[in-house]
Ligand binder design. Structure first.
Ligand code: C2E
Ligand code: MG
Ligand code: MG
Ligand code: MG
Length: 286
């Protein structure tokens, strides 16, 4: 009986694996179509808010896929598929293009774009970025590339070379999801970055008097000592924002302020932020 149930479990497992593989194949095939057609994919922009003034100082580009049959498919699901199938180059180019089109219209605002390790490892990647900057007219210093710490771990020569090229041209580099992986602040000395983004998992635990308060505070202090700016992501409550402010976090991002919005809407938000400095009131016009 034990054997039989063991076999059963194996059969169920195999069935699940097959389902997963099937799903993976479906996503892969559908993504290929979506990238060719271009009308299912879009990019939204989530505001980046200055902690002290609460002004919107920039935004992060986030890929969106609205499938005609399956509806919204999360990037957490399709980005890994794009990475493992080589489609990330086209997807990444699409997102960069949209981000730089916006950035060209809104000089002085930081536009952040998520970059996958596969992209950064490509020797063609730097040329792709500079070409898009050139064609759209966006200033390199308004662009921030978000990388994950796995990039710092792999000793890939091309990744390091690309990072140096970007920084030399004034493009900013942010380390995303900081604290979730193998982050060691010593890597930051080898591959200097301009910003770290403290992962949402830390922010979520801040109000529970959890040890993550101490960890987060230490991260902020070390980063500042290395001249690195700190952004907290996934800020959902005023209480979290206050604690992060007390710790000296430079910028905040999260649903407390806004989710990702359309390019038109974020341009409007930038406009309002520029026009409404704190305390200043609009003169009544006739
Ligand atoms: P990420 O770069 O860490 O982006 C932050 C994610 O957290 C986004 O999810 C955002 O919508 C979500 N978020 C922001 N504020 C809050 C909050 O207050 N509460 C909660 N619960 N969530 C919040 P999204 O858009 O689903 O993206 C997930 C991940 O997919 C991103 O994590 C990023 O790693 C990846 N991704 C998204 N777009 C791209 C892209 O264009 N290229 C690449 N390579 N990866 C991307
Ligand atoms: Mg990000
Ligand atoms: Mg992040
Ligand atoms: Mg994250």
């Amino acid at each position: 009986e034990a054997k039989a149930s063991g076999r059963n479990r194996a059969a169920v497992y195999e069935e699940r694996m097959n389902e997963l593989l099937q799903l993976q194949h479906t996503i892969e095939a559908e993504l290929r179509i979506a990238l060719r057609r271009g009308d299912q994919l879009s990019v939204v922009f989530q505001p980046l808010v200055d902690q002290q003034s609460r002004m919107v100082v920039g935004a992060e580009a986030l890929a969106r896929w609205n499938h005609p049959k399956y509806g919204q498919i999360s990037p957490a699901r399709f980005v890994p598929v794009a990475e493992s199938t080589g489609m990330i180059d086209i997807l990444g180019e699409f997102v960069l293009q949209r981000a730089c089109e916006l950035g060209a219209q809104t000089p002085g605002r930081t536009i952040a774009v998520n970059i996958s390790p596969t992209q950064l490892r490509s020797p063609r990647f730097a040329a792709q970025v500079f070409n898009i900057l050139h064609c759209t007219g966006m200033r390199p210093s308004d662009l921030e590339l978000e990388i994950t710490e796995s990039i710092l771990l792999d000793d890939e020569h091309t990744s390091a070379q690309n990072l140096r090229t970007f920084r030399a041209s004034g493009i900013h580099i942010a380390l995303d999801d900081f604290g979730t992986g193998y982050s060691s602040l010593s890597y930051l000395k080898r591959y200097p970055v301009d910003r770290i983004k403290i992962d949402r998992s830390f922010v979520m635990q801040l109000t529970e008097g959890h040890v993550s308060v101490a960890i987060t505070r230490a991260i902020v202090q070390l980063a500042h000592a290395m001249d690195i700016e700190v952004t907290a992501e996934g800020v959902e409550t005023e209480e979290q924002a206050t604690i992060l402010g007390q710790m000296g976090c430079n910028t905040l991002q999260g649903f407390l302020f806004s989710p990702g919005v359309s390019p038109d809407r974020i341009a409007e938000i930038f406009e309002q932020a520029g026009n409404c400095a704190p305390q200043r009131r609009k003169a009544r016009s006739n």
